[in-house]
Design a protein around this ligand. Structure first.
Ligand code: ADP
Ligand code: MG
Length: 252
């Protein structure tokens, strides 16, 4: 499924006045494409994602999924937040089927799909454990499987690895990338990690300081089909990193 953000803007009303978080963002994501958004902290990345998720109403502009304007949340969209938000008192199985429970009824077919995802991604032996018995990387995979359980066509990921240490991030981003690619999802990921954006996506969109406007878009199509680990060792990786870094212009 494709996603079109057209002239999206968002201004929050706060007690101290108006905060313009996103200004006139137009971006098209094609079916099966993986796009990363990088930008300075507080620039409006989560706000942008929330509008695509239908959790925030744009002040102006609109979001279209396969040409149809969205209003409110949609079952076509799965949202994976920054922290894994697994419930500690529920088993892994109880956690990954939560989304199905919240939506009317879980069919045998859907439950089988979840079992299959757990075993495909190395977690079937952990179904009856609780989250505290799992490593950070496994918890993150559970969070993704929970998001995939309802079979959304589009995945939105808000800094999905920021709670993980560096080594774990590397292997989890590799895993998650494999999962997203093999399930054929369209994905939009927010991150502040340039290397992560280059290692996973087809395009990197660089946002400005608040209010977020698009400063540049980097096309990484030469890396299509190349795994995150391989990309990190690729000759061109450093060049992309430097170019994106310059564009971000964090003034450091
Ligand atoms: P990022 O995800 O890039 O760090 P956010 O989208 O979370 O940035 O926030 C962008 C700006 O909008 C920040 O200045 C933040 O304080 C402000 N903001 C976010 N949510 C709200 C809200 N609900 N009400 C008022 N201001 C908000
Ligand atoms: Mg954010």
């Amino acid at each position: 499924m494709s996603v079109l953000m057209e002239h999206l803007s968002k201004t929050y009303q706060s007690p101290d006045g108006e905060v313009c978080a996103v200004s006139d963002v137009t971006l098209n994501i094609q079916d099966g494409e993986f796009i990363s958004i990088v930008g300075p902290s507080g620039c409006g990345k989560s706000t942008l994602l929330s509008m695509v998720a239908g959790l925030e109403t744009p002040s102006s502009g609109a979001v279209y999924i396969d040409g149809e304007e969205i209003c409110g949340t949609s079952t076509k969209i799965g949202f994976m937040p920054q922290r894994d938000h697994l419930f500690p008192w529920r088993t892994i199985w109880g956690n990954v089927t939560l989304g199905l429970e919240l939506r009317r009824g879980k069919s045998t077919e859907q439950l089988n799909h979840v079992s299959e995802l757990l075993s495909r991604y190395g977690l079937s032996g952990f179904a009856q454990k609780t989250p505290s018995q799992l490593s950070g990387g496994m918890r993150q995979r559970c969070a993704l499987i929970r998001t995939l359980a309802t079979d959304p066509r589009i995945l939105l990921l808000d800094e999905p690895f920021s709670a993980l240490d560096y080594q774990t991030r590397l292997s989890v981003s590799d895993d998650i990338n494999t999962i997203i690619r093999s399930e054929g999802k369209t994905a939009l990921m927010v991150t502040h990690d340039i290397s992560e954006s280059i290692s996973m996506s087809d395009k990197v969109v660089v946002l400005s300081e608040r209010p977020a406007v698009i400063k540049a878009i980097f096309d990484l199509s030469e890396f299509r089909g190349v795994s995150p680990m391989e990309r990190r060792n690729h000759d061109r990786f450093k060049q992309y990193f430097n170019d994106i870094w310059k564009e971000l212009d964090l003034g450091a």
